[in-house]
Design a protein around this ligand. Sequence first.
Ligand SMILES: [Zn+2]
Length: 164
Amino acid sequence: MSALPSPPSPWKVSQPPARELADLFAAIDRHAAMLLAKHPNLLIPGTGVGGYAEMGPFKARSLVTLWREHGEWFGGSCPLCGGPARGLRAVGLLTIGGIEGICLSCGMRLARFAGGICRILEIIPDNLLPRVTPKNLNPDWGVVLRVLERLGEKGLTPSPRARG
Ligand SMILES: [Zn+2]
């Protein structure tokens, strides 16, 4: 087993906050155990691997496992408010790239440099990597919301912008 690459740079603020999106990911975080057990294949919009290694979105199982087991890369805390930060997407080119994330508390969108998409792919276990299939090209927040509502989440916004 090869040594893991050294940790990426700390989170930096990258874009204005996206409150509604943060609320959705906070709900996913709260229900991580239930999603792992009951909805592991739920596709999560706005996540995955993009750029050089364009792949589909992460499944719930992959996303919450990365948050839990690779917190050095996909977790941490917000540089602005100290709240929990969560990585959502690996983006970039061979040697220029990083992880985009969001603060679950203040909603600030974050990014951390991680030395290129290849380096990030090294730390994501093969069985957690997304795959592009016709079915997962455009995952729908509506589907995720219905699952979260069944888990008791109310008042989440149905169609936030996933990116941009
Ligand atoms: Zn914050």
